[in-house]
Design a protein around this ligand. Sequence first.
Ligand code: BMA
Length: 321
Amino acid sequence: MNKKREEYFELFKRYEGNPILTADNWPYTAHTVFNPAATLFNDKTLLLVRVEDKRGFSHLTLVTSEDGLSDWKIEPIPTLQPDPENYPEEIWGIEDPRITYLEELDEWAITYTAYSQGGPLVSLATTRDFKNFDKLGPIMPPEDKDAALFPRRFRGKWVLLHRPMPSHSIGAHIWLSYSPDLKHWGDHQILFKARRGGWWDANKIGLSPPPLETPDGWLILYHGVRQTVSGAIYRLGIALLDLENPTRVLRRGDEWIFGPHEDYEREGDVDDVVFPCGWVHDKKTDQVRMYYGGADSVIAVATAQFSDLLKYVKNCPEADE
Ligand code: BMA
């Protein structure tokens, strides 16, 4: 472990057994495993892992663990595969899933990136058992990714956070859209923007895991991408949205709270990337476990106390409108 580590402010503490999953653990040939979605299912922690094969295409495979840290059981075959015959937008694979439990429908919604010939777009699938999946197809056109649903409707509408990429370089921001039926989306609006200039989250940001409900609002963890002469650095920041009106940003941290530091985050297929697509709030321990890809190559976990996260975000500056 790097000595400088102590100097770091650490809201999330890395698990000492990191990385928890690598391609070497896989029961079939895989190039890399990273950017997993996470949820609690049947009292277990379930991850839907992005597995990249040696063509460069990704699919999703389920792994489970009793304690969410160790003894992971990996499904022997892929769980959710690209199906370009029926879903042509999945031609170059499916990536970076986020899972949200939809209370009203008693089912899990999986938003993921489909890598289409027109660029990455947002697709949606639902499941009740993580064995059978209904693909609903694309819900946002390219380029768009980093999407997750809120677990319930607001004033009768479902709400999606996502990150379209405009072709003009005015920045890639987090957007919010509404739907009456999960299929047709509208009332698109910017939720909050990438900053400009020297900020760690200048020019390009995106939602990381789905919003996490707290008594004081929706906790948002997002990634900011800093461009440097030696490449991009993916780090994480935090924000809080109003509980009843998620278009209202109450707080937004100035500083990043987690970034590449350990070797498995600094070196891999893409250096200097931490990329969580899932976190779970374990109510028994009141801990939040964040599951993330390290350097687009392996999977790691870091934990924070839920109460510390909330205290931290409530002390962040009020967000500019
Ligand atoms: C983003 C996504 C992630 C990836 C990250 C760093 O745009 O494509 O899947 O982890 O870049 O390469």
